[in-house]
Write a protein that binds this ligand. Structure first.
Ligand code: F6R
Length: 360
């Protein structure tokens, strides 16, 4: 049941410290710089030259997070919407790993993409929350996110666990391929180990409810960020539109000036996600929106330069730049939740949506 919570969504948002602790249990050893993924022997990924992710919706945003993690450490990666994969799948080579990211393991679009990748000879892996799901049976290998059951239609804890597991997978591929020194992974793994605590800190003193109250009757809601922050912006906007039924869009911050800026008015709050990569550029982009009257809500660590210009600040505890986006996302989940509560929406079962989409 929902226990002390009004909605499963809020319960599941609050379960994220536990979900992450379960995801990493026995899988990382910061002292040795080791990432032990059950079912994958040391060297299992040494022949992987390129990763293609296929996924839909929130899982696609986790995939984008994973692709960003891989590209940033020099391993080619693309994230593709599974429903676009059948139209124009990228070529598959000997060293191509196709990773289906699907919490249910039953999404028709994702299953189709996975089947066609397997038929084309790719090595395949499914990242899922469900043991024995169809996606897991199709793929050569399965990696479980161990998030526990998620009842709310809007995915929350499964996104965090997916994205975190993809960060670990990226570093494990790097380790297997290039013999990246274990010392290079130590500080990231320490930050991963502290994630449950860091998420707890966000949950304990979020400030999201006040922001939702202040801006809850706006016309549209925009989310901007770069790199990991871009993936989080897309996810923040999807969550917002799903459960509030209000118009929300996520943009790469650098894209704002290439068109979307025309939509910006004092009635369009901008959530700007700062994850420690090219933050000064994102700050300029946010200021451009602010000049047009839009309130800026900065998601960033305390003392960050964005706090000097922003109208509001939602704090991200200090962490590794690879993980900051996950903490920002927890803040945005809470903003969506409280905005939807104010509008009295059907939070756990939004209109027109289903938890598992088994049609094309
Ligand atoms: C949004 C949401 C959906 C799913 C998508 C894929 O909150 O939950 O966008 O992420 O339908 O589902 P899975 O991960 O089961 O393949």
């Amino acid at each position: 049941g929902k226990g002390e919570y009004d909605h499963f969504m809020l319960k599941e948002i609050n379960e994220q410290p536990t979900a992450i602790a379960q995801a990493i249990e026995g899988r990382i050893d910061p002292a040795r710089g080791a990432i032990d993924l059950d079912g994958f022997e040391p060297g299992a990924f040494e022949d992987i030259d390129e990763v293609q992710f296929v996924a839909c919706g929130t899982s696609y945003h986790a995939a984008l997070y994973g692709a960003t993690a891989l590209n940033r450490i020099g391993i080619s990666a693309t994230a593709m919407l599974a429903n676009e994969y059948s139209v124009a799948a990228p070529p598959i080579d000997d060293g191509t790993l196709v990773v289906a990211v699907t919490q249910s393991g039953e999404t028709a679009d994702t299953l189709n993409a996975l089947r066609s990748a397997a038929a084309a000879g790719a090595e395949t892996l499914t990242l899922t929350n469900v043991i024995g799901s169809t996606a897991s049976r199709i793929a050569d290998k399965t990696l479980l996110i161990r998030a526990g059951p998620e009842i709310g239609v809007a995915a929350t804890k499964t996104f965090s666990s997916q994205a975190l597991m993809l960060v670990l997978l990226s570093r494990r591929i790097a380790a297997d391929r290039s013999g990246e020194r274990s010392g290079d992974r130590r500080s990231l793994l320490e930050a991963v180990e502290s994630m449950p605590e860091s998420i707890e800190r966000v949950l304990d003193r979020s400030g999201a409810a006040a922001v939702a109250r202040r801006y809850g009757d706006s016309q549209s809601y925009f989310f901007i960020g770069r790199g990991f922050g871009y993936a989080v912006s897309l996810e923040g906007a999807l969550k917002f539109k799903e459960i509030t039924y209000e118009h929300a869009e996520g943009f790469a911050s650098g894209e704002l000036k290439h068109g979307p800026l025309a939509l910006v008015t004092p009635e369009t709050p901008i959530f700007a996600v700062f994850t420690g990569t090219e933050d000064e550029k994102t700050l300029k982009n946010a200021e451009e929106a602010q000049t047009r009257g839009a309130p800026v809500i900065a998601l960033c660590p305390p003392g960050h330069e964005a706090t000097e210009i922003a109208d509001e600040h939602l704090e991200i505890p200090e962490t590794d730049a690879t993980l900051a986006g996950l903490l920002a996302n927890v803040q945005l989940q809470l903003v969506s939740y409280y905005a939807a509560t104010q509008l009295d929406r059907s939070i756990d079962k939004p209109r027109n949506l289903a938890k598992s989409v088994t049609v094309e």
